[in-house]
Design a protein around this ligand. Structure first.
Ligand code: DGT
Ligand code: CA
Ligand code: CA
Length: 577
């Protein structure tokens, strides 16, 4: 069990308590515990299993919380949480998913206007009742309405990163069931989409009954929703539904191909089969009534005269053109990354010191990093002004001398201000080894202004890369509107690099944008945006996004060995790109 699952439950508990107007100290205790676990470099479950160690040695975790963590690790829930879930109407809990609505406001809406569903919330915002509530006002009501619209559009999907650890655990669990020959995840999970609507598992098993029983008995499963002879649908406690299908060995490839999707990709593969006098479905490849293949995916693609296509590319974009021409990219792999150019320390809003970050990066096998704390505009995160930044850089310089095996760049995450100027003067930026320019504020400005702001950064010779391009938070905050063509052409012309921010809520720039960037020859960097020593874990999600954009290792600057990276950066900085 991963810390993130425990963290989620504590946060939910804190939210529910807050809705019930519980003692603020209790609420804070759960939130602090969630933060402690989130920043913990090791698994709480492993500490529990170690007889020589105790969870209550961790800061902010007392005996009571340690016991609760133990309960979660063994049951994946808490009796207290179940009680609260039953006591607070589901519609009120749902309100917390609305961007701009926290537990305090949800509680007020519930207690004072008796709102218990999103539909009622919308109606009461439109009628003006919400605006009249104490502490709300017309502007808040408007923000809630916009949040509701965004939520409806995004649907109820979970981030891949929230699901992946559990999916791997379930796969391992099912692979251990006697008689199981193979189990694999298909669907959007296998295509590594940034969010998942549900999880699709496919198994070959001698006894399908036994696999389904093993799944139903797993503590992560909340409820069996449907069960047939070869198909089972369950709801996971994580808040996601999952299909398990048991298929015969001779159909496995066809089923894997079919259920991996995407639907549009499948339609084109099936069309190619028809053109060759074949019929393709999830049971196999058929000529007339006779099965002529389908045990492996390779057979399926071969039959339609294509090479095997990596799942991440199966979105019916350019993969067929590439496959036919024999130019499918050799996609970058998570293990290819050698550096990370975006991370925070205790100098601003990070949880770890410069030394701790360097050591954690080194433990992960990275050979170069850039420390990029926030600039002054981000006052909430203790952003640095010129004076404090220079002091921070001097500290990095002194410390990096102690670590000869890793190269540490003095960087900055410099804000691009609302008025299209940069948050720090050129003479300060000129002293940095690495400058990442980003938008944090005013993301709702008109497209022309956002474009102008980005162009300011792009035209500034000291800026090396643009970080989290659109500022989106998937499912929570829409991307800033901009003239993407102008921005990308500008980046190409001025030799700027584009970040894929690997944070699971950002994954920005997205797959389609990085594919466009690649066409324009814009180098990509995949960064963790770590705020703790655990932060590097997310790098692989950035790599998945890069794969979906068709990127090869050579397109990604921090997949280069240090020497080559340094030369590329130096060339960029001399402006001969
Ligand atoms: P999701 O669950 O929304 O994140 O996305 P997927 O792609 O996992 O979609 P899902 O779970 O509905 O279906 C899994 C795969 O099954 C899908 O990618 C392609 C295949 N599939 C499902 N329904 C159809 C269909 O009506 N026609 C075709 N050709 N394929 C389908
Ligand atoms: Ca799915
Ligand atoms: Ca499904």
């Amino acid at each position: 069990m991963q810390n993130i699952e425990i963290t989620r439950l504590f946060e939910e508990l804190a939210d529910l308590l807050e809705i019930q107007n519980a003692n603020p100290f209790r609420v804070r205790a759960y939130r602090n515990a969630a933060r402690t676990l989130g920043d913990l470099p090791e698994s709480a479950a492993e500490i529990l299993a170690d007889p020589n160690r105790s969870l209550d040695d961790l800061p902010g975790i007392g005996k009571d919380l340690a016991e609760k963590i133990a309960t979660i690790v063994s049951t994946r829930t808490l009796p207290q949480l179940e009680e609260l879930r039953a006591a607070v109407p589901a519609g009120v809990v749902e309100m917390l998913k609305v961007p701009g609505l926290g537990p305090k406001k949800a509680a007020a809406l519930f207690q004072q206007l008796q709102i218990t569903s999103l539909a009622e919330l919308k109606a009461q915002c439109e009628s003006g009742a919400v605006a009249k509530l104490k502490g709300f006002g017309a502007k808040t009501a408007q923000v809630i309405l916009e949040g509701l619209a965004h939520l409806a559009q995004a649907g109820q999907r979970l981030y891949l990163a929230e699901v992946e650890p559990l999916a791997e655990e379930l796969l391992t669990h099912l692979r251990g069931v006697p008689g199981v020959v193979r189990v694999e995840a298909a669907g959007s999970f296998r295509r590594r989409r940034e969010t998942l609507g549900d999880l699709d598992l496919l198994a070959i098993a001698r006894n399908s009954e036994a696999v389904m029983q093993a799944l139903a008995a797993h503590p992560a499963v909340d409820k069996v929703l449907q069960q047939g002879e070869t198909k089972q649908r369950v709801r996971l406690k994580l808040g996601l539904e999952m299909d398990l299908r048991v298929v015969p060995e001779e159909s496995y490839g066809a089923a894997l191909q079919y259920f991996t999707g995407s639907k549009d990709h499948n339609i084109r593969v099936r069309q190619r089969a028809i053109e060759r006098g074949l019929k393709l479905n999830e049971y196999g490849l058929f000529r007339g009534e006779t099965q002529v293949g389908g045990a492996t995916e390779n057979e399926v693609y071969q039959a339609v005269e294509l090479p095997w296509i990596p799942p991440e590319l199966r979105e019916s974009r350019r993969e067929f053109d590439w496959a036919v021409a024999g130019t499918l990219p050799t996609l970058i792999e998570p293990g290819d990354l050698q550096g990370d150019l975006h991370m925070h320390t205790t100098a601003t809003d990070g949880a770890a010191t410069i030394r701790e970050m360097i050591e954690a990066a080194q433990t992960r096998g990275l050979t170069y990093i850039a420390i990029t704390d926030h600039s002054q505009r981000v006052s909430m995160a203790n952003g640095l002004d010129a004076k404090h930044l220079r002091k921070h850089w001097a500290e990095i310089e002194a410390i990096r001398a102690d670590y000869p095996r890793i190269h540490v760049l003095k960087g900055i995450e410099c804000d691009i201000l609302e008025d299209a100027t940069l948050d720090l003067d050129d003479e300060v930026l000129a002293e940095a080894d690495w400058v990442l320019a980003v938008l944090h504020y005013g993301l709702k400005q008109p497209a022309e202004q956002i474009t102008r702001r980005l162009m300011t950064a792009i035209e500034n010779p000291h800026v090396d890369a643009i970080g989290h391009l659109t500022g989106r938070l998937i499912g929570k905050r829409p991307p800033a509107a901009m003239d993407l063509g102008t921005v990308l052409r500008g980046m190409s012309q001025h030799g700027k690099w584009l970040e894929i921010n690997a944070h699971p809520a950002r994954l920005d720039a997205d797959d389609i944008t990085v594919a466009q960037a690649k066409d324009l020859g814009i180098p990509i960097v995949i960064n963790s945006d770590s705020h703790s020593v655990q932060g590097f874990e997310v790098l692989k999600y950035g790599v998945y996004q890069a794969r979906r954009g068709g990127l090869e290792s050579g397109d990604v600057m921090n997949a280069l060995p240090w020497g080559e990276f340094r030369n590329r950066l130096a060339r960029r900085r001399r402006n001969d790109v």
